[in-house]
Each structure stands twice: as structure tokens, then as C-alpha cells.
Design a protein around this ligand. Sequence first.
Ligand code: ADP
Ligand code: MG
Length: 247
Amino acid sequence: MKGKEMSIVVELNDVHKSFGSNAVLKGVSFSVPKGQVVAIIGKSGSGKSTALRCIDRLEIIDKGHIEVCGHRVSDPGIELRRLRMDVGIVFQSYNLFPHLTVEQNVMLAPRAVKKKSKDEARELSHRTLSQVGLLDKAQAYPEQLSGGQQQRVAIARSLAMEPKVMLFDEVTSALDPQLTGEVLRVIEQLASEGMTMVLVTHEMEFAARVADTIIFMHEGKVWETGPGSMLKNPQTPELKEFMAYGL
Ligand code: ADP
Ligand code: MG
């Protein structure tokens, strides 16, 4: 570590965001050091997805500051292309192109955005497909794969852009329970390889095990934060209730 400035990959400082009269983020602050995993949990509607989307500037904040990999996301003059090269984001829906093979899906962004040669892009796709355990499916089409395999391809597609930080928004929520595990294992493997990540998840045991820091959001605020063990010993009535009843 070369000091704090160098080691913080994502920083939100007093972030506010409203949709019309609906104040969704009410002063959210947290930071993600390089190589660490932060998991965001909380009830539906508490602002988790909005917070994640603000990091990649898919939402523009009303007040506060966000800095990601040295990009000042909250500045109007931000170069979105460069920000998005450093940030990978994976959603619940994987949206692979059905008419392209798995390999072609993964090669697309490195070719189009990073101007990689075909050979370089193919090499990247093979490297990231093997990271998610699907190199043997490179020539398959998405419809030939299970939901869990398609989501792993979506993760490989994101990794092929060689991001400095990965954001995951409930990536297992659309999957049958038996397919959830294979996707979580890929994320856990990435964590052990030192990838910096922010995960929004409903998988509490997974969050407790894999995350360095858990953030419990409630009504647009960071309500409670701590290591994975905080889930066994919630301090606020709101987290206690969430742990007991969930959603
Ligand atoms: P979570 O991910 O914790 O379920 P969200 O961040 O998706 O919560 O949503 C928080 C609140 O913001 C909800 O009330 C939702 O309806 C509202 N919201 C989110 N995105 C939009 C949008 N694009 N336009 C209007 N309201 C939105
Ligand atoms: Mg959400």
C-alpha cells in the first residue's frame, strides 16, 4: 500500500439521489479499498441498486462526490468511456446476444471498445471463459446453456474488458437455487484472486463469508457497517428485523 489515496478504488461521499420527490439515497458514504469485497444488503427499495448504478454513472447524483479508479464520477466533464473501461458491471439479467457464440459474445467489447485484434480478443475470451469454468462452451450458443452458465458467460464478458473493479447486482436472483452456487463460486474465486468488488446480494451466508465489509442499507442510508460477523450480532433493530424476516 502506497498510502490511502492509492489504495481506495471506489469512494462515495455524502451521495444524494432522488427520483422526482422520492429521495432514494440520503447521504451515502463508503469506500472500497483495492482488492477488497464490499457486500451491500438491505430490503428491496432501500437504494442498493441505485447506489451501485451511481458508481458507474448509470445514474447521475444530485449531491456529494464519487471517485472511482481516479475518475471523478460526479464531475460533469467525466470521460464516460474511460470510466466504463475500468468498471465492470453484471446484472440479474445477462442479455447475451443469442445469434453469437459464447466466444463471440465475450470478444465483442474488447474488439469494439478497446480495439483489440481478433487474436488478442479471442485469447482474452479464452482466458476469462476458463476463469468462469466454461472454456469448453466457447463455441456454444447461449440458448444451449443453463441460466447459471449464461450468467457465468456474462461475468467472463465483463472480465474480458480487464476492469479494475467489478460491480454485481443480485446476479443470482433470477436463477434456480441449484444454479446459484456455481455463480457464487466464480465470484468467490475472483475475490481470492484479489479482484476489487461491490456486490449487492440476498445471499447472506455468502456475503458473510466472502465480503471484507458488509453494508446494510436502510431507507437510503448506510445504516450499519462492519465485517461479515456483524450479521450474527446486529446492533440496530432494523438489521435485526432484516436478518429475521429478509426482504
Ligand atoms: P433496491 O436495489 O435496494 O431494491 P433501488 O435502488 O432499485 O432499491 O430503488 C430504490 C427506490 O428508487 C425505489 O423506490 C425505486 O422505485 C426507485 N427508483 C429506482 N430507479 C428509479 C428510476 N430510474 N426512476 C424512478 N424511480 C426509481
Ligand atoms: Mg436492486
